[in-house]
Design a protein around this ligand. Structure first.
Ligand SMILES: N[C@@H](CCC(=O)N[C@@H](CS)C(=O)NCC(=O)O)C(=O)O
Length: 211
């Protein structure tokens, strides 16, 4: 049994999508950012980073969205969220998950949390550097999809695409949203047509960037 500690539209989104794709029973626990619940003693016992997501698996808490996607994919091979172990596709799957989690995750975090770099608002030079890093990563993905799409692994959808979808959504109010790149635009549309996306929007009460 799974319990997902989440906040709407945040890094818990990819894990929520994976649970819906799998079709396994799960419970949702809202972590109320308005009440700073992510820093409360009770939640910090589950996730010492004070962040979402946290996934309880049979009562044991785990964190980091990319890791949670890989754990769920391995626990539910029938959902085909990961290619078979030792296949060439599996190697590419690790590559894309690691690329997204390391090249986009921390930089988005810096973009959205300037106080962690010491100011309430980034000085223009820092914001520009972060913008370039994010757009550089998306340009790489766009070129890959244009040559080898429609999914990150080619013909087959996988959990790597759920991680990409979450990060794509976060670009919606940035200077260059992913929909400004042609292949990324098609990819976003393809991913947003999945039933799991529509269901997650209903459950989390989201509206912006629905389709
Ligand atoms: N690397 C982490 C990042 C998690 C993260 O930054 N979560 C944000 C929401 S997107 C959060 O919990 N923010 C609340 C806070 O830091 O106070 C992951 O991918 O799980």
């Amino acid at each position: 049994m799974y319990t997902l500690y989440y906040s709407p539209g945040t890094a818990s989104m990819a894990v929520h999508l994976a649970l819906l794709e799998i079709g396994t029973p799960y419970r949702l626990e809202l972590v109320d950012f308005a009440q700073d619940a992510q820093h409360g003693a009770e939640y910090l016992r589950l996730n010492p980073r004070g962040q979402v997501p946290t996934l309880l698996i049979d009562g044991v808490p785990y964190f980091e969205s990319a890791a949670l996607l890989m754990i769920l994919a391995d626990r539910h091979p029938e959902a085909k969220l990961a290619p078979s172990v030792a296949s060439a596709q599996r190697a590419a799957w690790y590559q894309w998950i690691a690329f997204l989690a390391s090249s986009l995750g921390p930089v988005y975090r810096q973009w959205f949390y300037p106080q962690e770099l010491g100011s309430q608002e980034h000085p223009p030079i820092v914001r520009e550097a972060l913008r370039q890093k994010i757009e550089g990563a998306w340009s790489l993905v766009d070129a890959h999809l244009a040559a080898h799409g429609p999914y990150l692994l080619g013909a087959d959808f996988s959990a790597a695409d759920l991680l990409a979808l979450m990060y794509m959504r976060w670009s919606r109010n940035m200077p260059r949203p992913v929909t400004a790149w042609p292949a990324l635009r098609n990819y976003a549309d393809l991913m947003r047509s999945r039933p799991s996306w529509k269901r997650m929007y209903e459950i989390e009460g989201l509206a912006e960037w629905a389709a």
